[in-house]
Design a protein around this ligand. Structure first.
Ligand code: SAM
Length: 207
């Protein structure tokens, strides 16, 4: 392989989608229960299904078109079965669809608008935060929620500030909150990830 190709194939610090998946992988386990809160073009739903074929997935989108694309992608890869629930509604209403007392192993948000779709239909700070709060409530101990944030557009700026602020103020006895960002490119997408701690009441925190 030539030096140029070797460079091209190297993993890049700017690849946030790949970093989001690596973080999400922590939550993968047999028969896990997952939510994709922004199904979009179906990449994340498909990723989860492939990573955890025995798992249950609830995938939400407010755009019918997005769910149709997601459905087609899953069908093409033989990944659509009775454990994949494609839900045409806002993630803020997820409690209507995920049975009471269900605990999530993991959840993923890829915020913003549908790539290749209508850029005016984008996630909104208030509903995103409402969903995030409720999702963290029903997260299993050790479970992980990964949020990819896009501060390169107007609503994304507000969303990024409020999510970062929310994460920074979460009780450290209950959650570890990770901030994964290119600090010299403030408009670039970044990740906030949350993991619920185990046995937080007995834990002795040293920092
Ligand atoms: N995860 C997707 C993928 O793997 O292809 C990409 C998601 S795309 C960046 C963001 C999606 O969020 C859009 O399809 C948009 O319709 C959806 N969305 C916006 N507001 C939403 C809401 N309140 N509830 C659920 N989905 C929403």
């Amino acid at each position: 392989m030539g030096a140029e190709n070797e460079y091209k194939n190297r993993a890049s610090l700017t690849n946030m989608l790949s970093a989001a998946k690596r973080l999400f992988d922590i939550s993968i386990k047999e028969n896990g229960i997952y939510a994709d809160f922004t199904a979009g073009n179906g990449n994340d739903t498909l990723y989860i299904k492939k990573a955890c074929p025995s798992g249950k997935i609830y995938a939400f989108d407010i755009q019918k078109e997005a769910l149709e694309i997601t459905k087609k992608r899953l069908e093409q890869e033989n990944c659509l079965d009775e454990n994949v629930h494609l839900i045409h509604d806002s993630h803020a209403n997820f409690k209507k669809y995920i049975p009471e007392n269900t605990k999530l192993d993991g959840a993923i948000f890829n915020l913003g608008y549908l790539p290749g779709g209508d850029k005016s239909v984008t996630t909104k700070t208030d509903s995103t935060l409402c969903c995030l709060r409720d999702a963290l409530d029903i997260l299993k101990e050790g479970g992980v929620v990964v949020v990819s944030v896009y501060p390169g557009h107007e609503e994304g700026v507000r969303e990024s500030e409020e999510i970062s602020n929310y994460a920074a103020n979460l009780d450290k006895r209950r959650f570890d909150c990770l901030y994964h960002r290119l600090i010299n490119i403030p408009e670039a997408p970044f990740i906030t990830a949350f993991q619920k701690k185990m046995n937080f009441e007995q834990e002795n925190i040293n920092f």
